[in-house]
Design a protein around this ligand. Structure first.
Ligand SMILES: O=C(O)CCC(=O)N[C@@H](CCC(=O)O)C(=O)O
Ligand SMILES: [Zn+2]
Length: 347
């Protein structure tokens, strides 16, 4: 093990000291109970060595797919440190991914290209692997593939891709459930998220090129993009707001199973994505206030945006908006429109 990591047990510092690659993979054990494998910058796997009958989950926790979303980075790094210092012992296989170290250093969402639009092979489309984010998205796919493929056939595969949102939100913590045709939604997963404080779920309506969709679609994982609050610089996150999330993630990785309440839709705010409005022209502009929070609601006929001299109006009786961002390349999502739902197929 390199002295850099040995001295500090701070995997984030080690990652940011080596943002593009590490010289060698590193492999060591914690006492006789946990195998640790550092496979790349920001890529660390913990494998329990004892009590194999309790190992029933393969868990991926990713952060910093967007470099300026610091709270998830702090949460993951705290969990990694607690494992390395043997305050927590993993019961299940766990892969932590710090997605985009150069963007963390840059304090920006991305350096050249939004990495969360580059999964499921999008990294190699068009001009191909021309930048660091494209290469990293391809590499992250491979680490996830290897990790899940090396697990037991009957293990539950879980991937929480942790983010924070640009805007304030009427529902502070929410999760995007990737499109999964033919698969019902997991009541257990939604109650786990609720116990994390993530009480709002958006059911996506179409395939995307996000990291969580990749794990969900390719590996049948219970995968989510999880939004934990508003983007803040390092040092400005109120970590008390993440207490429940961190506690539940600790239970998830360290306990054979987690006690969860019965599914109760009344504890959740459920929304279906009704449409994604993609940018067609440079003059795209929203009609609502710049500081409108996520989940602001608009009624049928109201104008949401203008583009090419035309109005883009609310189509359903009521639509809520999430992730409005006009500053995206042509072809990409400017906003997701949502309708409240109670009838999602859950099992
Ligand atoms: O606040 C915003 O505008 C963006 C927050 C964010 O990064 N959201 C993810 C959602 C991914 C998904 O739809 O699963 C993203 O835009 O990549
Ligand atoms: Zn994000």
């Amino acid at each position: 093990m390199s002295s850099v990591l040995m001295d500090s047990k701070n995997f984030l510092s080690f990652t940011l000291d080596n943002p593009l690659f590490i010289d060698d993979t590193q492999h060591f054990q914690l006492s006789d109970h946990t195998q640790v494998d550092i496979l790349d910058t920001g890529v660390i796997v913990f494998t329990p060595l004892n009590n194999q009958q309790a190992v029933n989950k393969d868990i991926v926790l990713s952060c910093a797919v967007h470099g300026n979303e610091t709270a998830p980075i702090e949460i993951c790094n705290q969990l990694i440190t607690a494992i390395l210092e043997q305050q927590i012992t993993v019961t299940h296989r766990v892969l932590f991914l710090i997605g985009n170290p150069p963007a963390i250093i840059n304090k920006t969402r991305f350096v050249e290209e939004n990495m969360n639009r580059l999964f499921s092979g999008a990294h190699s489309k068009g001009e191909g692997l021309v930048n660091q984010e494209r290469k990293r998205a391809q590499a992250l796919e491979q680490y996830v593939a290897d990790f899940f493929n090396q697990g037991a056939a009957n293990s539950q595969r879980i991937h929480y891709d942790l983010h924070t949102a640009i805007r304030p939100s009427k529902h502070e913590k929410f999760a995007i459930y990737p499109y999964r045709p033919g698969r019902s939604y997991s009541a257990e997963q939604m109650m786990f998220l609720a116990k994390c404080g993530v009480d709002t779920i958006l059911f996506h309506h179409e395939p995307t090129t996000t990291f969580s969709y990749y794990s969900s679609e390719q590996f049948n994982a219970d995968a989510f993009t999880v939004e934990l609050g508003k983007v803040m610089p390092f040092g400005e996150n109120d970590m008390t707001r993440f207490h429940d999330t961190k506690q539940m993630l600790t239970q998830l990785i360290s306990q054979e199973s987690v006690n969860l309440p019965q599914y109760d839709a009344t504890q959740l705010n459920l929304y279906k994505v009704s449409r994604s409005i993609n940018k067609q022209a440079d003059d795209f502009e929203f009609s609502f206030a710049k500081d409108a929070p996520n989940f602001s609601r608009f009624v049928k006929g109201e104008t949401l945006a203008t583009e090419n001299g035309a109005d883009i109006k609310v189509e359903a009786e009521v639509e809520a908006i999430v992730f409005p961002n006009a500053n995206v390349p042509i072809g990409q999502r400017t906003v997701l429109c949502l309708v409240p739902t109670q009838d999602a197929p859950v099992s």
